[in-house]
Design a protein around this ligand. Structure first.
Ligand code: SF4
Ligand code: SF4
Ligand code: SF4
Length: 375
């Protein structure tokens, strides 16, 4: 099997195809500290892409309440228990990836969910004690905490869906790294559903093909951010492009947050897919739980985030989340404002570090009435 370099695990690994990075790679950053699980992103994707027959159960974007929520049921617990306890303590991953753990005859270690696993898209929403999972109200295996984890396809650098497909129906676009399933070639063998550890391909029983998040490519081709990013109520997402490892551009907000500030982390990097959705971890959650989910240096990311108000560059990058419908290729700050830039360095948007506050008198003289909200 060819060897490819995976920067997220700090070493080379086995992958069924030669490593060839796209010219630019679709990426997204999600700030879990700000998600309110309003599911606007879920509905925006659903109404845009999956409102046809056979797509009823599909949520290319979903938002889970961790640690007890999953869609499909138990997807991460399931693959983690098959993968076994792995050493993720240092910058160079010592354990095995899912490609390296594949049983004979398979490209990747995976499993196929059952139909019933898709029956409860938002199980355990807002459940911080595992009431549904454990069937008992007062059992508390840990302190009460929870957080929301929005999920889309990670448009992985080394997609397990692509590696698993026996018909080579899945391809990664060289121009932007978006991973797509060719609906003409697909015969619905569901090997991608089995192979993707994130369970982001879905089988359509009407068309008899598998489908997945398309990275909103028609928007991205026009320089616009994806539907799930643009509609996000909490402004918790930033979508753009990440540079190849070693070619970081510190004025690109995605490169800056992932590679320079190191505040945004991939989901389960130990699987070895080099996923390109990056999460700012929740600062209130104990790090041992987060470490197995986001990698070894999650504590540093939490500390950096806590001090973001003192770091103008970091603050500027964070303030640009949800600030513009266009993809931001650059950013800077000036006079207490974060400034988002396009590919040519032209200004797209400005966000003040501090929003002005206007205090109005409690009594409106013109209409002779009291105001209930004076600010
Ligand atoms: S729209 Fe934004 S805040 Fe609402 S659930 Fe989705 S990611 Fe979270
Ligand atoms: S998240 Fe899954 S479906 Fe998406 S590219 Fe990676 S392996 Fe494929
Ligand atoms: S990128 Fe587009 S297709 Fe993918 S989950 Fe978001 S809205 Fe849906």
């Amino acid at each position: 099997m060819p060897k490819v370099m995976n920067w997220q695990i700090g070493r080379e690994m086995d992958y069924p195809y030669e490593g060839k990075r796209p010219q630019s790679q679709f990426a997204m950053i999600i700030d879990t500290n700000k998600c309110i699980s309003c599911q606007t992103c879920t509905v925006a994707c659903k109404t845009t892409w999956t409102s046809s027959r056979g797509q009823e159960y599909m949520f290319w974007n979903n938002v889970e309440t961790k640690p007890y929520g999953f869609y499909p049921l138990g997807w991460d617990v399931n693959i983690l228990s098959r993968h076994g306890v792995q050493d993720i303590s240092g910058p160079v991953y010592q354990g095995k990836t899912l490609f390296e753990s594949a049983p004979d005859g398979s490209m990747v270690l995976g499993y196929l969910p059952e139909d019933v696993d898709y029956a409860h898209p938002n199980i355990s929403e807002d459940d911080s004690i595992g009431q549904l999972a454990q069937g008992a109200f007062l059992q508390m295996p840990h302190m009460q905490w929870m957080y929301y984890l929005p999920r889309i396809c990670n448009h992985c650098t080394y997609p397990a869906c692509l590696a698993s497909c026996p018909r080579q129906s899945i391809y990664k676009r060289p121009e932007d790294g978006i991973v797509l399933i060719d609906q003409e070639r697909c015969r619905g063998y569901r090997e991608c559903v089995r192979g993707c550890p994130y369970k982001k391909p879905f089988f359509n029983s009407i068309t008899r093909t598998s489908e997945k998040c398309v990275g909103c490519y028609p928007a991205v081709e026009q320089g616009r951010q994806t539907q799930c990013t643009m509609t996000c109520i909490g402004k918790i997402r930033l979508q753009g492009f990440i540079s190849p490892p070693g070619q970081e551009n510190e004025s690109n907000p995605i490169d800056y947050l992932v590679r320079i500030a190191k505040i945004a982390k991939p989901l389960y990097p130990q699987f070895g897919l080099e996923p390109n959705v990056y999460y700012i971890p929740p600062i209130h959650v104990p790090s041992p739980f987060l470490k197995q989910m986001f990698g070894a240096d999650v504590e540093l990311a939490q500390q950096t985030y806590r001090k973001a108000a003192d770091d103008k560059q970091l603050l500027a990058a964070l303030l640009l989340f949800g600030a513009s419908p266009s993809i931001l290729s650059g950013f800077r700050h000036q006079d207490g404002q974060a400034i988002g830039l396009d590919k040519k360095g032209e200004e797209l948007v400005r966000v003040p570090f501090k929003e002005p506050i206007f205090v109005r008198p409690g009594f409106d003289e013109q209409f002779q009435t009291h105001r209930s909200n004076a600010t």
